[in-house]
Design a protein around this ligand. Structure first.
Ligand SMILES: Nc1ncnc2c1ncn2[C@@H]1O[C@H](COP(=O)(O)OP(=O)(O)O)[C@@H](O)[C@H]1O
Ligand SMILES: [Mg+2]
Length: 323
């Protein structure tokens, strides 16, 4: 813009005001107009150039933006693909872990079954063979005792042999029962538990009662019955060893698809979360129940007695799938 203190209109007006008489005044006016026009054209074209430049810049900025956007899109696509790959890897790993875990559980169950079979075999041998031999020994000792020709001093010794032989027979029988309760096979779970609880109470002098409901007709899966029997065995052993209880109650009930066993004592209790990790009884119970498809909870606190609760599938189909 030309620096001009007087505006074009003023100059035009100045040029025309009463100066018609002055030669050259029209010429001057035209000069002014022409120069103004020239500067207008100048200015306009300069504006056009500026607009062109601005437009160019705008276009360049747009292009840059478009390129940045494309680059971003490419990065996003890349990251998405990476994430998809990572996801797939994780899924594969999870599947593999699940497979390994399943195989481990199947193996453990197989081991538990094998162990139970082995115990059953040893228990049978103990009962049928060792037990029979001891019974024969006992009879033979009685026969010798009945022999009138025996010197009197031998009678005392013979009585001692008889006592040891009877004690051996009792211990072998107990060992066989502990190893594998034939009662479980012969009497079913309620009968076997009845025997176990009564024997335990007589042996320890601790009062015990048993209540079974809902198991009058159908039997539970063999693995579940064995697990429940073992839980009662270990829970009662713990009561005798640790609880100083006066009374224990054992209840077993079946409700729909679940069998629930509760062993509750009124003893001194303990803190289940502070059990020495080297102790295997509670761990073994938990393991056995878990393998049979159930769960075990121990509720106790010092001074408040102990309750062991096992929940197991009452139905073969509810147990873990055989692998
Ligand atoms: N019924 C119970 N009353 C009191 N304490 C118990 C009872 N059952 C378990 N305990 C406590 O829990 C611990 C762990 O039990 P367990 O795993 O069976 O091992 P263990 O009987 O060989 O000591 C016991 O040492 C005892 O302190
Ligand atoms: Mg124990």
């Amino acid at each position: 813009m030309p620096v001009d203190t007087v505006g074009t209109d003023d100059r035009l007006r100045a040029g025309s005001r009463g100066d018609e008489t002055r030669p050259g005044s029209a010429h001057d006016a035209w000069r002014v107009v022409l120069s103004e026009a020239a500067s207008l054209v100048d200015e306009t074209s300069r504006g056009a150039a500026e607009r062109g430049r601005a437009l160019g810049e705008f276009r360049r900025a747009l292009d840059e933006l478009r390129r940045a956007h494309d680059r971003l899109e490419a990065r996003v696509a890349e990251r998405t693909a990476e994430l998809a790959r990572a996801n797939e890897k994780l899924r594969d790993e999870a599947l593999e872990r699940a497979r390994v875990e399943q195989a481990r559980t199947a193996l453990q169950r197989q081991l538990a079954t094998l162990q139970e079979d082995e115990r059953r075999r040893i228990a049978r041998d103990l009962h049928d063979q060792t037990g029979q031999l001891l019974a024969s020994l006992s009879l033979a000792v009685q026969a010798v005792g009945a022999d009138g020709a025996l010197p009197a001093r031998s009678h005392g010794r013979l009585a001692e042999v008889q006592r040891v032989s009877d004690e051996l027979g009792r211990q072998v029988h107990e060992m066989a029962v502990r190893l594998r309760p034939t009662a479980l096979d012969d009497l079913g779970l309620p009968g076997a538990l009845g025997q176990l609880v009564a024997d335990w109470s007589a042996r320890t002098g601790v009062g015990a009662d048993l209540q079974v409901t809902g198991l009058e007709v159908e039997r539970l899966p063999a693995e579940v019955e064995t697990a429940l029997y073992r839980v009662v065995q270990e829970a009662l052993t713990n009561v005798a060893k640790h609880a100083h209880a006066r009374q224990v109650s054992v209840t077993l009930g079946r409700l729909g698809l679940e069998a629930t066993l509760v062993v509750e004592d009124d003893g001194r209790g303990f803190a289940p979360d502070r059990v020495d990790p080297g102790r295997l009884g509670l761990l073994g119970m938990t393991e056995r129940v878990t393998l049979a498809g159930g769960r075990l909870d121990v509720e106790s606190s010092p001074g408040a007695g102990t309750t062991v609760i096992a929940r197991l599938p009452a139905d073969d189909r509810a147990g873990p799938a055989d692998a």
